[in-house]
Every structure is written in C-alpha cells, then in structure tokens.
Design a protein around this ligand. Structure first.
Ligand SMILES: [Zn+2]
Ligand SMILES: [Zn+2]
Length: 363
C-alpha cells in the first residue's frame, strides 16, 4: 500500500512525496487521515519562522484506525478499538521516562517532538498529518472520537481546544468570575466557550469587529473593540465599568502581542490571575516592558501554558460531544483542500484569505 505525505522542502515550499505505508509495529497504530486543519503554527513553520524545517507538515487531525500494532486493543481511556474506528491522537509523544514525564509534566516531554520534525525520507515517513496516513507511536496517547461531532471540529481538538481546556481547568476560575480574554482568534473563541460553560463572565477584547461578533456567539457577555478604545488606559477604564473598581478576576492573553501581557498585569484585580499563552516566541525582539511591582503589590498569580496534558484531549472530545452544537465550532473552518493543494492552502491561510483551511488527504 502506497501513501503520500506533504513535506516542507524549503521556505514556503511543499513537495508531495510517495512512500510505502509502514506495517504497524508493536504498540503503534497506523491511522488513515480524514481531515487535518492548518494551524497558525503550521503557517509559521511554512514561512520558515520555526525550528522545524523540511519536515512532514500537519498536527491537527482526525482519522480512522487503519492497522493496529501488536498489543493495541484499546485507546488511552480503555475503550476497545478496531480497524475503522474514528480516533484523534495527541500530536506530541510522551516517553514517560524523561524528567518532565517523571514529574507528570507530559506536555513538555523532552522527546515530545522526536518524530514531528522529521524529514519524509526517514522511516516511518508518515510523521505529520498533511498525509494520507499517520503513524501513532507507542506511548502516544490517542482517543476514540464520540459519535456526532463533525470531522471539521474534531480535527482541531488536539491543539487549541485541548490547550484552553487544560489552561482553564487549572486556573482556579469560579462561577460568576469576570475573565478578560485578549485576542479573539481560535484560542480566544475556545476560551470564551469554555469559560461560559464554567459559569464565568467573559469580556472579549479584539480590534476586529467580526471577531467580537463571533466571540458573542461563543459565549462572551461583553466585548471591547480596541478600535473604539485604542489606549490601554481607555480599555482599563471600560473594563472597570463592567467589573466594578476591583477589576477582572482573571486575564487570559491569547493575542500573541507582547504588550498585551503588560496590559493584563494592569487589568487583573488584587489577588487575580494572569494566564499567558499567546506569546510563544523567545526572541529578544519579543520583549515588552512590565512593572514587576504590580505583580507583587497585587499578589498576582502568573501562569504560562504550553500544549496540554494528554488526558485533556479526552476531556475535550467529551466537551465537544456535549457542546459542539451550542457554540458554532463548525463555522471556524471554511475551506477544504486536497493533499496536492497543500501549498495553495498554506498560501491562502498565510494571506488570511481563509479562516481556517482543512486538508483532506484522501480526497
Ligand atoms: Zn495547532
Ligand atoms: Zn518524556
């Protein structure tokens, strides 16, 4: 059986290559990819702004079991699996043996990307999801997909939604709390829906009116348009009109703009929490100025969140089974492309001509 993968072969360059689909080794699962979303980080990689270069692209995926390796009879929630079952894997590996894994921090396993950044020519070839097939390694968590959730929605479950569920579950957020969410891209909308389900009052901040309207559909009770309130002082005053003088209980930054962190620290109430997710770059150029004394004097808790614990993918799938109809998750992906159109799809995504493109590798 031959399969095909879309490999990055230069900056903004994709080549589709053909290989034999490997036989499932002990503990592995070979998955046939049904749909794979183009994530913002995929665009980032394609533009050459990431350590992964010349790798098989794609990490947000849903597929069907094509072959089970020896010893694999269930998913990681103990649910029996057979060929043809719909599954969704965590996109990173968990070796269970490194210092991070030994402390239960599976999300930062030092072997997490052992296969993800690999070139296509190297066995087992099918190491990204812009491909007809994908090899799930031993100790790489995967879960059966509950019935009824559209594939479009599931394809994004193993990245942004799981990350936000992980972040909010561990945040200490309480019903009726006020939470400011900075940035209403996909992560912001997911945060809004999750916080709404948790009974909190979401205040969505963005500079794009359409996104603020989407935020309302995803459960935000209040919106602040940065075009109408262009300075941080104006936004702070506006937020205090909503929360009262104390300010919001929590601020979640998913904007990816360094100065948003400074603003978050200024907004949060005494004893409040700031969650930083959007700023992932560690380049010097991504510095911002903050007043550390504000963190001290307000006794703030500041948390950074990368990826998610594998179990949060399971919980995300349960969350989507219950809420995919309540919030318009299905509207977040808008255009499908074949594997041969991966280059075009990435171009459209980079130019923001599509909201979120999907690759359907077996079209
Ligand atoms: Zn992603
Ligand atoms: Zn590890």
């Amino acid at each position: 059986m031959k399969g095909r993968v879309a490999q990055m072969t230069g900056i903004e360059q994709i080549t589709v290559k053909e290989f034999d689909v490997p036989k499932a080794e002990k503990g592995q699962v070979i998955m046939k990819v049904l749909k794979s979303n183009i994530c913002g980080s995929d665009v980032h990689m394609w533009e050459g702004k990431h350590i992964f270069k010349n790798h098989v692209m794609g990490h947000e995926m849903v597929g069907e079991v094509y072959e089970l390796g020896e010893g694999v009879t269930t998913d990681y929630a103990g649910q029996p699996v057979k060929v043809g079952d719909k599954i969704c894997p965590v996109y990173y590996l968990t070796c269970l043996k490194c210092e991070a894994c030994l402390e239960g921090n599976y999300n930062v396993c030092t072997h997490g990307s052992d296969f993800q950044g690999q070139v296509a020519d190297k066995y087992p070839h099918f190491t990204g999801s812009f491909a007809t097939h994908y090899v799930i390694q031993p100790n790489q968590f995967f879960y059966k997909v509950p019935d009824g959730i559209p594939d479009n929605v599931v394809a994004g479950a193993n990245c942004g939604i799981s990350q936000m569920l992980y972040a909010m579950e561990g945040s200490g957020l309480k019903p009726n709390d006020y939470v400011v969410v900075q940035g209403m891209g996909g992560l912001g909308l997911f945060t809004s829906a999750i916080c709404d389900v948790m009974g909190a009052n979401v205040i969505a901040v963005d500079a794009v009116e359409d996104r603020l309207n989407e935020a309302k559909a995803f459960g935000a009770k209040f919106t602040i348009d940065m075009k109408k309130f262009p300075t941080k002082e104006e936004r702070l005053a506006e937020i205090k009109k909503i929360t009262g003088a104390k300010g919001p209980d929590m601020v979640v930054d998913v904007s990816g703009v360094p100065s948003a962190f400074d603003e978050a620290v200024r907004m949060a109430k005494i004893g409040g929490t700031v969650i930083e997710i959007g700023n992932v770059s560690i380049e010097e150029s991504q510095c911002t100025t903050i007043v550390p004394g504000l963190i001290v004097r307000k006794c703030l808790t500041v948390k950074g969140i990368l990826r998610y614990q594998p179990i949060h993918l399971y919980r995300t799938l349960q969350f989507l089974a219950r809420y995919h109809d309540k919030y318009p998750f299905n509207s977040l992906t808008d255009k499908c492309y074949s594997l041969d159109e991966t280059q075009l799809a990435l171009q459209k995504a980079a130019n923001k001509e599509v909201k979120r493109a999907i690759i359907e590798p077996n079209l």
